[in-house]
Design a protein around this ligand. Structure first.
Ligand code: SAM
Length: 320
């Protein structure tokens, strides 16, 4: 059976303080990590099936087309650390190719991860699996049970786009640091990046016709009701998802359908009709911009693979 480590028993007061500070800001916001409770993780799985949501499909096609080449670049025996592993499906495809010494899926959505890793362990009983429930946005301090040599940080799905470019650099620097826990830089990163493309394709991917992304975004309010003991009424809010070309990012917001007041234990906030809570950014990169970011963070010997339309990029880079 896979080992499961609940890293920090998440500090409920710190979470409350962070959320309330965001809700009371002049432009209200929440971190995208709060989109993922057990239902949010299931809704994200459904998003990946949508015709408009090209990233998962495009990334999978690149892996299929270049699997041997990637496996050769990476080599066997790595410590495969899956950042934001979700349903662990992507790692499930990599395990037979990479033959890692250990598989370490990490996710904030703890119950969903627990089930996913249990399923994966049944499929691959011989692989040493240690799952970690943690929020990696503030620290990448890994438990002692995680092997220290040949770490390969797997960060697919363009999840890095949730960070601003400055935050991304700091996060990549933290990964770079975690690549040499023994003082030897023998680690690497395998990362998926969504590339800048036409606005209509991007808009549709984050505002699908079926409304699954709208459900995913609205479910955040349900999660906030749980975390803050708040009284958001989901019917009072609508999803907005669009590409902001000036910032080079997708923005997701929740917009008040009417003037209203939201209350939580010890506080409240009034929202006028049309006022928004900013719930997610997803920055898009050019290949050159992202390579420059990796280089600044201390990575080199880069290999990249893309799809025929040039919509998505997978990059393997060595800590140097
Ligand atoms: C966009 S999904 C990607 C899931 C999967 N890796 C894929 O590519 O399909 C992002 C995943 O990262 C997790 N996540 C988001 N923020 C996190 C954080 N700060 N710490 C740990 N996990 C996080 C979410 O729960 C979710 O499973």
């Amino acid at each position: 059976m896979a080992q499961f480590i609940q890293c920090t028993e998440q500090n409920k007061n710190a979470i409350r303080d962070e959320l309330i500070a965001g809700l009371l800001a002049p432009q209200a916001f929440t971190s995208p990590k709060y989109l993922y409770d057990a239902l949010g993780s299931k809704l994200f799985e459904a998003i990946c099936e949508l015709p408009e949501y090209y990233p998962t499909r495009t990334e999978a096609a690149i892996f299929n087309a270049h699997a041997e080449d990637m496996a050769q670049a990476i080599g066997p025996g790595s410590t495969l650390i899956d950042l934001g592993a979700g349903n662990c499906v992507k790692a499930g495809r990599l395990l037979p190719l990479l033959h890692p010494a250990q598989y370490v899926p990490i996710d904030i959505s703890v119950d969903f991860l627990r089930e996913a890793v249990a399923r994966l362990q049944q499929r691959f009983p011989a692989v040493d699996m240690t799952a970690v429930g943690m929020d990696f946005s503030s620290s990448l301090e890994l438990p002692d049970a995680v092997r220290r040599d040949k770490r390969l940080f797997f960060y697919p799905g363009s999840s890095i786009g949730n960070f601003t470019p400055d935050e991304s650099l700091r996060f990549l620097q933290r990964i770079r640091q975690a690549c040499e826990p023994n003082g030897v830089a023998d680690g690497a990163i395998l990362i998926g990046i969504d590339l800048i493309k036409d606005a209509a394709t991007l808009d549709a991917a984050y505002d699908d016709a079926l409304g699954v992304t709208a459900c995913f975004n609205l479910n955040l309010l349900q999660h906030l009701n749980h975390l803050l003991d708040a009284d958001f009424n989901l019917r009072d809010w609508r999803h907005r998802g669009f590409f902001n070309p000036e910032q080079g990012r997708i923005e997701m917001h929740l917009e008040a359908r009417t003037s209203l007041c939201v209350r939580w234990h010890g506080g409240e906030r009034r929202f006028e009709r049309g006022e928004r809570i900013h719930t997610e950014n997803s920055y898009k990169y050019t290949r050159e911009n992202f390579m420059a970011l990796l280089k600044s963070a201390g990575f080199g010997a880069m290999r990249t693979w893309t799809d025929p339309r040039g919509w998505f990029l997978i990059c393997h880079a060595q800590a140097i």
